[in-house]
Design a protein around this ligand. Sequence first.
Ligand code: SF4
Length: 53
Amino acid sequence: MSIAQDVLCEVHNCHYWKEGNLCSADQIYVVSHNGSQASNEQETDCKTFEKAH
Ligand code: SF4
């Protein structure tokens, strides 16, 4: 099993977003809409998101 090293993200209005769909956060925290389980990708979100000013 490998550990994720690189994160690609298309959320341009996040404080951590950088050109090239890169994320500049030291780490990100992904959560599910349904407790600790998800049925598909649409049920997960990045909780580290911060709206850019
Ligand atoms: S913190 Fe989350 S939403 Fe923000 S750029 Fe990184 S991966 Fe995307």
